[in-house]
Design a protein around this ligand. Structure first.
Ligand SMILES: *[C@@H]1O[C@H](CO)[C@@H](O)[C@H](O)[C@H]1NC(C)=O
Ligand SMILES: *[C@@H]1O[C@H](CO)[C@@H](O)[C@H](O)[C@H]1NC(C)=O
Length: 457
């Protein structure tokens, strides 16, 4: 959902389950730790050498355990896939404890939590977005300017943590050098990935390191003044080597994943189960005017446009209006189509929740890669209706055409059902997110170590 959380803040604070997740994670982790210790202690690990391609650096507590103790006021667990993946890979069968055998190296740093904790150090208790402490003299306490200042400090200091982590890896281990970091990765779990979290690093520091992230926008922007969707791409350019100008996403190297959400296999609803009485669901809002709303700042006026469009001409059987995430999930399970308007970035976790609830997503992507499409071939076009942002006024007519063709609707629902399982984060889910990430990483491992040489010289 990305920035929808801003709008839902009061609801979230009331019903947050972030700490619950942490506890579940801990239990899962300690159980597996024992299993793992037993297995490696017994020397069994050598039985599957070809599958063991990943070495996980044991980073100082400063980068992991200590960050878990920091307590931000507002921190949706969607940003914790850095922690989820660390836990997963520590216990995964693709892990090797022998760096000489490894093809890929994970540098675990819990950046998601760190980033949110950082700017919230100056927050008002109970209202993290209200920042009244230590505002610059020219900034009024509680003003958007004071808030933005802390937000930029969070970017700067998170970058500093990345810088230190890389320096540590380079100084304490010999493995970075060999491929200039190309076989190393970090998880950048914030909205704009390394353009939020490693903003001040230079290309020479990052080397060829790739990332696991959920930001797949090909139009390159982390600059609030250049909204990615509504305006034409202009000011930014791909002048590599300058901190602000390198791409936030490298499609040839980075691995895209959905933001994290907890969803059990039993929560998945087939498109063919139950009555789908809502034709088109629009459970999102658009808040204007407080200066801190990133949805507004990042220029996604599209939400506003779509809501106004709906008010003027609501499709028969459609519903609009914001509700809690739980209510929205329930509503998705009784809807045929779910409109997934952009958040702070082009995609939102709403897209994946709609898929899991059997609701055909309607998206407004322009040049945006999605998880597991490019390398694993998940055919989103078969079960997602994408409308170019400029064409949003065709929403009703495009919808109506599908509703008028039961065969086409059924084909989309069949394709949706066939691909739902790819989007489950649950540990052990057959063909789920974790499994797909491992598959895609094994492709990266082969790319790095057996780089194909061009026949064109
Ligand atoms: C890091 O945060 C401190 C405040 O704790 C701030 O003074 C400093 O400018 C920040 N550093 C960067 C690089 O943004
Ligand atoms: C590209 O961006 C850099 C850094 O912002 C700027 O210095 C340069 O003039 C830009 N180049 C073009 C061709 O716009």
């Amino acid at each position: 959902m990305k920035r929808d959380w801003l709008v839902l803040l009061p609801l979230l604070l009331a019903g947050s389950h972030a700490s619950e997740i942490e506890n579940v994670g801990k239990q899962r982790l300690s159980k597996k730790f024992h299993e793992h210790a037993h297995v490696s202690g017994g020397g069994i690990k050598r039985q599957r050498p070809t599958k063991e391609y990943m070495y996980v650096y044991d980073m100082p507590a400063k980068y992991t355990a200590d960050i878990r103790k920091l307590s931000p006021e507002w921190h949706p667990d969607q940003y914790d896939f850095d922690q989820v993946l660390h836990e997963h890979f520590q216990n995964s069968r693709v892990r090797t404890e022998d760096p000489e055998q490894a093809q890929l190296f994970m540098i675990p740093v819990y950046l998601g939590r760190y980033y949110n904790w950082f700017w919230q150090q100056w927050s008002t208790p109970g209202n993290p977005w209200d920042i009244v402490e230590d505002c610059e003299p020219r900034h009024r306490a509680g003003s958007p300017e004071c808030w933005w200042e802390k937000w930029m400090w969070a970017k700067g200091n998170t970058s500093e943590l990345v810088r230190e982590a890389l320096q540590h890896v380079k100084a304490s281990h010999p493995h970075w050098e060999k491929h200039n970091g190309a076989n190393h990765f970090m998880v950048f779990s914030y909205d704009h990935a390394r353009c939020d979290m490693a903003l001040t690093l230079r290309l020479s520091e990052m080397g060829q390191m790739f990332s696991i992230q959920s930001y797949g926008d090909l139009t390159l922007t982390n600059e609030p003044k250049v909204p990615p969707i509504i305006q034409r791409w202009q000011e930014n350019n791909y002048t590599w080597g300058q901190p602000r100008s390198w791409a936030c996403f490298r499609p040839d190297a980075d691995v895209l994943v959905p933001m994290y959400y907890e969803f059990d296999p039993k929560d998945v609803v087939s498109p063919f189960v139950g009555e789908r009485s809502v034709s088109m669901l629009m459970r999102f809002a658009y808040t204007e005017g407080d200066g801190k709303n990133l949805v507004e700042h990042y220029g996604h006026r599209l939400r506003h446009e779509i809501i106004e469009y709906w008010k003027a001409d609501p499709l028969e059987g459609s519903e609009q209006g914001l509700k809690t995430p739980e209510e929205t999930d329930a509503d998705m399970a009784r809807s045929l189509f779910c409109v997934c308007a952009p958040g702070a970035t082009q995609d939102t976790t709403r897209l994946f929740r709609a898929i899991l609830k059997g609701c055909i997503p309607i998206t407004f992507f322009r040049a945006n890669d999605l998880p597991f499409a490019r390398y694993l071939g998940v055919p989103y076009e078969e079960f997602v209706l994408n409308i170019q942002p400029d064409d949003y006024i065709q929403l009703n007519s495009k919808m109506q055409r599908i509703l008028d063709s039961p065969t086409r609707l059924r084909h989309m629902q069949e394709a949706l059902e066939a691909h739902q399982r790819h989007f489950l984060w649950s540990e052990g889910a057959e063909g789920g997110v974790l499994f797909n990430i491992e598959r895609e990483l094994s492709v990266r491992a082969a790319m790095v170590t057996d780089t194909p040489h061009s026949v064109f010289r």
